[in-house]
Design a protein around this ligand. Structure first.
Ligand code: SF4
Length: 136
């Protein structure tokens, strides 16, 4: 049973979080209503249902695509740019960066090549976003 206090209208206290939807370039300004425990209640300002999904996820389990770079051994460049194939939980970004900093891949590296499979058990691969040839 919740020990939440009710306001004078007999409703749970709530607050509005403002954010910009980043799902598409329109960038709708969202007002997300959450209860005092941070639970999603409702959203306004979204022009489409994807905005509602984004708002819900953003307050419960925010996710981001991680773009970074990995060291390359024997390559024409010392680093290769990489990113996660899709968004991973924001709370894992710090741990993910530790993994990224600890690895080095052998050249050649092909664009789209999987650098780390199933990064931190997220089910998401880390992939190269450019090609780095072997040093000749
Ligand atoms: S709510 Fe829909 S239209 Fe608005 S930015 Fe998000 S995805 Fe685009």
């Amino acid at each position: 049973m919740s020990d939440s206090k009710l306001n004078e209208n007999g409703e749970k206290n709530s607050k509005i979080i403002e954010m910009t939807c980043i799902v598409c370039p329109i960038g709708c300004h969202l007002k997300v209503k959450v209860d005092e425990d941070g639970k999603f209640l409702s959203v306004t300002g979204n022009r489409c249902p994807r905005g509602a999904e984004y708002a819900k996820q953003e307050v419960t389990d925010p996710r981001r695509v991680l773009p970074t770079s990995v060291r390359v051994k024997n390559g024409e460049l010392p680093l290769v740019s990489v990113r996660t194939e899709s968004a991973i939980p924001k709370r894992l970004i710090f741990e993910a960066m530790k993994v990224v900093k600890s690895i080095e891949v052998e050249a050649p590296v092909k664009r789209g090549q999987v650098i780390v499979e199933n990064l931190l058990d997220t089910g998401v691969n880390l992939i190269a976003t450019r090609t780095v040839k072997k040093l000749t």
